[in-house]
Design a protein around this ligand. Sequence first.
Ligand SMILES: CC(C)(COP(=O)(O)OP(=O)(O)OC[C@H]1O[C@@H](n2cnc3c(N)ncnc32)[C@H](O)[C@@H]1OP(=O)(O)O)[C@@H](O)C(=O)NCCC(=O)NCCS
Length: 171
Amino acid sequence: MTTSANDKMEKTPSESETITTQVVYPNDTNPMGMLQGGKLVQWMDTASAVCAQIHAGKIAVTVSLNNVVFLNPAKIGDVITIKAKMTRAFGTSMEVFAQVWARSITSTEKTLINEAYFTFVALDADSKPAPVCQIKPVTKAEKMQYVLAATRRENKQAKTISRKLFDESAG
Ligand SMILES: CC(C)(COP(=O)(O)OP(=O)(O)OC[C@H]1O[C@@H](n2cnc3c(N)ncnc32)[C@H](O)[C@@H]1OP(=O)(O)O)[C@@H](O)C(=O)NCCC(=O)NCCS
């Protein structure tokens, strides 16, 4: 009997690492010819969703986006590389770290332009949250991300609780 990747209890971040490439066209930019933030986040969401779904072996939906940082601009004609990598899986949710670089066709240098953390929830056939397999970090950076993902999750849970309390008190 063959074992499918989806039967595993644990997977390494490399198994689902996803790298995508885009080119900045005029429709993607603001009047200054710089890549629009919303367009970039859309590309990052797509790459990160592919990463999470390959890890889970299931459909997954975006539930949150945190710590988005626009570090540098990208301009028309730039080649954009997006790397999405799992940091950690919990019960039904998964955190993916997305990093983005830009380079012009004529340059060999890449500039880091954005970083963000996406959280996805895997769904079953009834669109209910479904369990996912765990992450086995291998490299030093992966191990660090794995530990810090727990802190980021606690911070998100604290925000959710305070939002619910605020909603209740606001009637
Ligand atoms: C994602 C969704 C199915 C979760 O439903 P829910 O009723 O909150 O489910 P649960 O309370 O059982 O939580 C399921 C998981 O989501 C996580 N979660 C819920 N809200 C979250 C938030 N704001 N941030 C991070 N994780 C969150 C929970 O921690 C839990 O993860 P765990 O099993 O690893 O502990 C529901 O919120 C949803 O459908 N949201 C809309 C998704 C969407 O339309 N995305 C855009 C298109 S892809």
